[in-house]
Write a protein that binds this ligand. Structure first.
Ligand SMILES: [Zn+2]
Length: 495
């Protein structure tokens, strides 16, 4: 048995001014064939799962390139075509293969390509012919296009948000791929368009229970896998939105019935899943009033994980205005300020302008006389067994406030981002992080309280205000009753 594996992934916020090029991939993650480290990344987990099985079962594994760019704006056309063609050439050289197992994200949009993954899967199918099993792992914050469902045999998304289960899902994908190649199962996929877009954390209700129900249904005979595609509201593409994806063992009617039934159940839960959000002022008030620490404040909409810059200063300005101390910010993206700190050296006290440079809405730059507390040429944070590069970092202090300036845009996953520069997070009164929900697991473990702050910018967090140009269907919350609306695409199951 011969299996080819590769990964090409990013999440594109089509509203973001931070364009994505080859350097963005190489700064985040790029592994040439055979050079992937032993630890997985979020989207290259299938390669690690393939390696595990190749070791125990002795099939031939051919590794292609794996790359990931921190979410950002549109991918440069030449960059997408270069990374795609590299994988297609590697696959061509590897043919014939029994299966192609890919680590995708599913929300990549390049100049001229609204559906990069659909394009990649179609070209792979054209190379392999119909008999090769094509399988891919997806991030739930993706767009599930009809083209992808048509071109692949097996698509499985992470179930959890935070995505702590990316390795479990990758193993499941490889397990089902091997069973398909061996003729033990005949996967049959059906998707259902829920006609909605929402943010659906599974760490709290009602998604926690919905997920338990899905796990129960997966135990039913003949059901191989059920994925919830949450969708990604910052991607203006025709098929943006939430979908249910069911794979059964050769039972098309069951796939369709389960997808539509669960899809409508999820539709009924719309608008109920986001935890209560505070304004910036309310959140910082709460921090001041809470004597017990650390209080974790999540800057939900300045999350580089959603493709924005992560250099917003709205919460920092409020903390300065209320004259709070003992508050640490991890992180604010500002490679220029990091460079200035490196030039000045550890221990230097210098005037510094930092943050607030990438857009007009996420707060003004901050000007302070700061002390350079520590410098790291290359810092990392942990996330569920993977290592996330923060790049060169400077820990600066002023007025009793600590800030980590980083040069690689990355969202805040885990308290290790603070210890990476020498800050002890447990000893801080307040910790301000930039993340929608991935931070939750790691930080809840050390937090006296976790607060979600809605600073209103810069992520396009209100679909009603986003003025989508390419979205092809009526979806909630833009339309109150989208399932009763006649429009370009009917809400039917595809198979
Ligand atoms: Zn995601």
């Amino acid at each position: 048995m011969r299996i080819f594996t590769a990964s090409l992934a990013t999440e594109t916020n089509t509203f973001s001014p931070m364009f994505t090029d080859l350097t963005s991939f190489k700064n985040s993650f790029y592994a040439a064939p055979g050079e992937h480290p032993d630890t997985p990344t979020l989207c290259s987990a299938p390669l690690i799962a393939c390696r595990e099985r190749a070791l125990t079962e002795g099939f031939t594994l051919i590794e292609g390139s794996c790359s990931w760019a921190e979410p950002g704006g549109l991918v440069n056309r030449a960059t997408y075509e270069f990374l795609r063609d590299e994988i297609l050439l590697q696959l061509t050289a590897a043919l014939p293969v029994d299966a192609v197992v890919l680590g995708l994200h599913g929300a990549m949009v390049a100049q001229g390509y609204d559906d990069c993954e659909g394009d990649l899967l179609s070209r792979i199918r054209a190379l392999t012919g119909p008999d090769t099993v094509i399988a891919a792992e997806l991030d739930p914050h993706s767009h599930l296009t009809g083209q992808r469902v048509a071109m692949a045999d097996l698509l499985i998304a992470f179930k959890e948000f935070p995505h702590l289960d990316f390795m479990d899902r990758a193993r499941e994908l490889v397990q089902l791929t091997l069973a398909t190649v061996r003729g033990e199962i005949i996967p049959c996929m059906a998707s259902f368009d829920c006609r909605m877009i929402d943010v659906l954390p599974t760490s709290n209700e009602p998604m926690k229970s919905f997920l338990s129900r899905i796990r129960q249904l997966e135990q039913q005979p003949g059901v191989l896998s059920i994925s919830v595609i949450h969708g990604f509201m910052a991607g203006d593409v025709p098929e943006m939105g939430t979908q249910l994806l069911v794979i059964t063992d050769n039972q098309p009617e069951l796939s369709k019935q389960l997808a539509s039934q669960l899809g409508m159940e999820l539709f009924a839960l719309r608008g109920q899943s986001m935890p209560a959000m505070l304004t910036v002022e309310e959140g910082v008030d709460q921090l001041r009033l809470n004597r017990q620490g650390p209080v974790v404040l999540a800057d939900v909409w300045d999350n580089p994980g959603g493709g924005v810059a992560g250099d917003g200063t709205l919460i920092l300005h409020e903390v300065i205005r209320q004259q709070l101390t003992g508050v640490a910010f991890g992180t604010i993206w500002d490679p220029m300020a990091v460079q200035l700190c490196f030039a000045a050296g550890e221990g230097a006290v210098i005037p510094l302008r930092f943050g607030g440079k990438s857009c007009a809405t996420a707060g003004d730059p901050v000007d302070k006389i700061i002390e350079v507390k520590a410098l790291r040429a290359s810092a990392w944070q942990e996330f569920a067994g993977s290592k996330v590069p923060m790049g060169a970092c400077a820990w600066i202090r002023f007025d009793g406030i600590d800030v980590i300036l980083n040069s690689n845009r990355c969202q805040s996953f885990d308290p290790s981002l603070f210890s990476a520069v020498g800050i002890v997070p447990e000893q801080c009164h307040g910790l301000v992080v930039k993340s929608t929900n991935h931070f939750y697991q790691g930080f809840a473990a050390i937090a006296a309280k976790v607060l979600y702050l809605d600073a209103k910018a810069p992520y396009p967090s209100d679909p009603k205000q986003n003025n989508y140009q390419k979205l092809s269907r009526a979806i909630w919350p833009i339309v109150e009753q989208p399932h009763q609306t006649a429009d370009k695409r009917k809400p039917v199951c595809t198979q």
